[in-house]
Ligand binder design. Sequence first.
Ligand code: C5P
Length: 223
Amino acid sequence: MYPISVAIDGPAGAGKSTVAKMVAKRLQFLYVDTGAMYRAVAYLCLRHRVDAEDAVAVEHLLNTHDVVFAEGTDGGIRVSVDGLEVTKALRDPDVSSRVSAVAAHPQVRTRLTEWQRAFARDHSVVMDGRDIGTVVLPHATVKVFLTADVRERARRRQSEYQGRGFEVPFEDIVRAVEERDRRDCERAVAPLVAADDAHRIDSTSKSIEAVVNEILQLVENAH
Ligand code: C5P
């Protein structure tokens, strides 16, 4: 049987990763967090003090360091940089503030897109990101575009940061989320946009469980 793929795209903080992880667990598919892959490149820039806007320097970093994405033991992917497991550090605000810049470089996108497609060739996947339904897996079995009101998304980000010991003022988070949305939507290559055949779900006033069930139903109906 061919692998099944569920593509979940949407802006920062819409709940993609929480929902995608739960859908993957229920279906026993691999969860591929493509944001973590772009974050790994931003982390590499931060660690080696390379300007994330500098396409040539970022490509050189990727060519000279060992960045590995592999199937983890928890149903998702594990990210290692130069032999070190970095999955947790990828969510730090310093990484978040650089990630849209590295994600705008076409060479970075080409490389990570190949990696993402390889995961979907070998496994049934739930993959979340910005361009999964439009570029990475245009023939995905089910495509979802998940959104939520910007202040609700900022509120979710703030509680995620608090849970991890970072105290960031709410209005700063709203601004950071809006800035990341703007950059992701306006970039020339693979901008954040809903695929024509994506099911749009607004999670602002829906529970996580309701969104998960809605997606499971779409998968059920698709085959
Ligand atoms: O989903 P997450 O917030 O971890 O994504 C971090 C950033 O990675 C996004 O803001 C975007 O710039 C980039 N990204 C992307 N394409 C994807 C996934 C993430 O450009 N498929």
